[in-house]
Write a protein that binds this ligand. Structure first.
Ligand SMILES: Nc1ncnc2c1ncn2[C@@H]1O[C@H](COP(=O)(O)OP(=O)(O)OP(=O)(O)O)[C@@H](O)[C@H]1O
Ligand SMILES: [Mg+2]
Length: 403
């Protein structure tokens, strides 16, 4: 069985310990969701597993031919290449075989008499057979079309962040590694593509380690959950709901244990203050125990929830209204004679294929694009919070608080 064992993995950035002495095993066919609050160190851990940015200490133990494929949170691709070139540029073994094959083919075609070249060419042709490399291009095209990327000759430089992520995904899926590592794969995908990816992963033969903040996706693809929390890794079996329950139990146990420890500390502190002396070995032992207790007294750390505060105000009944709204951008109709009344407390989801105009619709709803005709009415006390697909430029050199 192809197994990856991770032993005592530790990584620190300056003062911050992201994980310490973490141990786990990934078996063939495992389906693991890695979760944790923003900044807890998930991406850093994946980088360490994939060998991109090694950990400070610890060991990764796997068979020599064990392969790991890694879709980064933000894939790094050569901007000057086309999608096809960027994918075939990949480090995966199948791409290496194809590159070597093409190289030898070029030399052999120029010197068809050369027996040495012919032998090399035959050997590489057999490797191409073994790795099913002849079908790579058409398999990539199939994967990309499921992800709605249809033109492989487009240049990487003009692609959106979401499109680059899809290209990175095709590159890593096609390699079918023993361990497939995906960092936030669904972030830029539309509903159809997410469904397709869920099915693809369900029938995937290797092991899967996926970081996601999308609990629905997690429930579809993961049967185990690893939680990274304050430098420790906790493993749970089951889906997200099982995790929530098991975690609550764990935190409750820790709180009870801490409470007991605090009570004991208070009691022993009182005893120490009466002027405890080490007259007997028994008393000395008690003093030693007190000192240990004092040293190990810690405050329990429990992760907070990420709150998105939209600065609520008192709401009237009507929040937003479109009356007979029509909007066309270029020759692309976004809405036509569209009526919508949004009332307080409603939760509305919008779906649609890529390019249907969802973002433009939201821009119109937010009042940032003027309608061609019809009315947009906003309730008097309504304040809008708008989290865009592409955030506005955030200056890299400013501190978080200043922006
Ligand atoms: N090269 C680096 N140098 C210094 N600090 C770093 C470096 N890379 C990451 N960090 C810090 O380590 C912490 C964890 O970052 P990481 O990207 O691993 O978090 P994450 O769990 O993947 O978060 P998210 O859910 O937002 O993707 C952050 O506080 C980050 O600022
Ligand atoms: Mg991350």
């Amino acid at each position: 069985m192809q197994t990856l064992r991770v032993e005592n993995l530790t990584k620190t950035y300056g003062e911050k310990t992201l994980f310490e002495d973490v141990n786990f095993i990934i078996n063939e066919g495992d389906r693991i969701g890695l979760i944790g609050t923003n900044g807890s160190g998930k991406t850093t851990m994946l980088n360490a597993l994939a060998g991109l940015d090694p950990a400070d200490s610890g060991e990764l133990i796997a068979p020599n031919d064990y392969t790991i494929g890694y879709l980064m949170q933000q894939p790094v691709l050569d901007e000057d290449k086309t999608i096809r070139q960027a994918i075939f540029d990949g480090a995966g073994p199948v791409f290496q075989t194809i590159r070597r094959y093409e190289e030898v083919l070029a030399k052999y075609s120029a010197n068809p008499e050369d027996e040495k070249l012919q032998a090399q060419f035959d050997k590489l042709s057999r490797e191409m057979d073994q790795e099913d490399a002849w079908n790579v291009e058409s398999n990539i095209a199939t994967i990309l079309s499921q992800l709605h990327v249809n033109d492989m000759d487009q240049q990487i430089g003009i692609l959106s962040g979401g499109q680059k992520k899809r290209v990175g995904m095709a590159q890593v899926l096609i390699q079918a590694p023993d361990l497939l590592i995906l960092d936030e794969p669904t972030n830029h995908l539309d509903f159809d593509s997410i469904k397709w990816l869920e099915e693809y992963l369900q029938s995937y033969k290797g092991a899967l380690l996926v970081v996601t903040h999308d609990r629905y996706f997690l429930d579809q693809v993961a049967t185990q959950i690893f939680e990274l929390s304050f430098g420790k890794l906790y493993a749970y079996t089951g889906n997200y709901e099982d995790f929530v329950q098991q975690k609550a139990e764990r935190v409750e146990r820790e709180i009870t244990a801490e409470h007991k420890q605090n009570q004991l500390y208070k009691k022993e502190l009182a005893w120490m203050r009466t002027g405890a002396k080490a007259r007997s070995t028994k008393q000395q032992a008690r003093i030693n125990r007190f000192n240990d207790l004092k040293e190990n007294l810690h405050t329990l750390q429990v992760d907070g929830k990420v709150d998105i505060n939209l600065g609520q105000q008192r709401l009237g009944k009507k929040v937003l209204e479109f009356q007979d709204a029509t909007l066309t951008l270029g020759d692309h109709p976004i809405i036509k004679n569209f009526n919508l009344l949004v009332q307080g407390g409603q939760r509305i989801g919008i779906t649609g294929v890529n390019g249907a105009g969802k973002s433009s619709f939201l821009n119109a709803l937010a009042g940032e694009i003027k309608l061609d005709s019809g009315l947009r009415i906003q309730g008097e006390t309504v304040r809008l919070g708008y989290y865009r697909q592409q955030t506005e430029e955030i200056p890299e050199d400013k501190r978080v608080i200043a922006t």
